[in-house]
Design a protein around this ligand. Structure first.
Ligand SMILES: C[S@@+](CC[C@H](N)C(=O)[O-])C[C@H]1O[C@@H](n2cnc3c(N)ncnc32)[C@H](O)[C@@H]1O
Length: 458
């Protein structure tokens, strides 16, 4: 085979095109080198047919190899925020006692989203400008589905979206209120005041949501006493961070990796008072892979064990054949279904169910009924059966969770669910608006139908 033919064959087989030569990414690469970010020189950015943009290796990578090593100061973390004096002035120079008024009222993720909004509106004035330009302009999470479509997606998806909307709206209103009463004369703050809009905050929120990595800085930063700092506002921990380039790596459930904070031996645990970024100039954040990757394949890391409901609603993508998927039932729904079959739970049965937590974690997955759903049905069916001891049966349910009588008891409800989901799928498919978000939701709903039909057939 000639060289040209070989190249053509190779291109045909490849499911990617490299994109390191795109303008934003050339600038990003130059910026990364300037920041002292060390990445494995086998890695380049590419757009893959199945996953979109990600990281490609040009040569074989072996388990144990480092993928990227970033100076801590080239990541956006709690220290970046605390050492940004103009940003902190929003809160510390304020007509209101905002740190007290809004004490522990927002998550760190929300604060990070505000910080990203603050950087974004500075455009080329911030050192993060080229990094910000390399980020996706929009996200494929159902949060952004138009409401007339949202009402047809499965209620589990709707519930997550409603929670996200509540968190985003509440935190946006709090920050808007604080910004308006800030007396800071700083130009960046003025700029943020003028441009603080929901659309950019939502973009920032989902940038953080889809790209943050876990980073525990407790070995280098003492966060025991945060009073009178902007961390007074936070109601959770600060262990997430945005890591340029590392956040270009896509997820695979089978990938295994490890991160490490590399600290100079004599480094003290720095106090939050008089914090200075220079104190962290010798701290590095490194990620190693535990997998082998062949040349010209995509390099993955694992974002954690996640079912598709989470992947779709939090990250905006769907994984086929995801064994972690399950179809959930609401306890009250099961109770009203039983009442249509003239089965009413007694006070004793209800107490037994609540005391054993059998009103939660009720689902069907590829293995059948969840332990709790099996247990709940057992209480419904056998509680007053003198020949059986339900408490003992419950323990045996850990070993065996299939019983034809119990399956038959719930099957009409399952059938009903299948019909409902199928009808919603038909409505969604008839929609003119064909986008990735919608097709991800439909994929998940088809997965639900598969799980339930498999259960009915068993
Ligand atoms: C940390 S970023 C990875 C880089 C991202 N693809 C980019 O172009 O900037 C996470 C996002 O990448 C996408 N992603 C990650 N893993 C994926 C996968 N296995 N399949 C499809 N999309 C994936 C999702 O949009 C997710 O929100």
């Amino acid at each position: 085979m000639g060289r040209t033919q070989r190249k053509r064959k190779q291109n045909k087989e490849r499911n990617f095109r490299t994109c390191d030569d795109e303008k934003d990414l050339i600038l990003l690469n130059t910026w990364l080198s300037g920041q002292g970010i060390r990445r494995n020189d086998k890695l380049v950015l590419a757009v893959f047919d199945d996953t979109g943009r990600g990281v490609l290796t040009k040569r074989k990578i072996r388990a144990g190899e480092e993928l990227i090593n970033l100076p801590l100061n080239s990541t956006i973390n709690v220290i970046t925020i605390l050492t940004d004096i103009p940003f902190c002035s929003i809160f510390l120079e304020n007509q209101t006692q905002c740190l007290i008024e809004h004490k522990q009222s927002v998550s760190f993720q929300s604060l990070l989203a505000l910080y990203l909004t603050y950087l974004k509106v500075q455009e080329s004035e911030t050192k993060w400008h080229l990094y910000l330009n390399s980020l996706p302009r929009e996200y494929t999470v159902p949060y952004f589905l138009p409401s007339h479509i949202q009402c047809d997606v499965h209620s589990d998806i709707q519930t997550v979206v409603m929670k996200q909307k509540d968190i985003i709206r509440t935190s946006y209103n709090i920050f808007d209120h604080i910004l308006r009463s800030s007396t800071s004369k700083n130009n960046f703050v003025q700029n943020l005041k003028e441009n603080f809009e929901m659309a950019v905050y939502e973009w920032a929120y989902f940038t953080v949501n889809t790209r943050c990595v876990f980073m525990d800085l407790t070995n280098v930063l003492n966060l025991k006493n945060v009073s009178d700092t902007i961390l007074d506002l936070i109601n959770d921990n600060t262990k997430i961070s945005l890591c340029p380039y590392l956040d270009m790596i896509n997820h695979s459930p089978t990938a295994r990796n490890e991160t490490k904070l590399m600290v100079q031996k004599n480094m003290q645990n720095v106090n939050i008072v008089n914090l200075d970024q220079d104190l962290f100039s010798e701290v590095w954040f490194s990620i190693y892979t535990k997998n082998n990757f062949e040349a010209f394949t995509q390099v993955f890391i694992c974002y954690g064990d996640s079912h598709n409901l989470k992947l779709i609603t939090e990250y905006g993508f769907f994984l086929p054949d995801n064994d972690l998927d399950c179809f959930s039932f609401v306890f009250e729904d099961i109770v009203s279904y039983l009442s249509t079959k003239s089965i009413k739970l007694s006070q004793e049965q209800s107490s037994f169910i609540t005391n054993h937590g059998l009103n939660k974690d009720l689902y069907i997955d590829s293995r059948g009924l969840s332990f709790n759903l099996y247990g709940l049905l057992m209480v419904v069916k056998y509680y007053y059966d003198r020949s059986r001891d339900v408490s003992r049966l419950l323990y045996s349910a850990a070993v065996c969770s299939s019983n034809k009588d119990l399956n038959d008891l719930i099957t009409p409800l399952v059938q009903d669910k299948v019909e409902n989901v199928k009808e919603s799928i038909i409505r969604l498919r008839s929609n003119d608006n064909r986008c990735v978000i919608l097709s991800n939701c439909v994929e998940l709903m088809c997965q639900y139908v598969n799980l339930l039909e498999k259960f009915i057939k068993c």
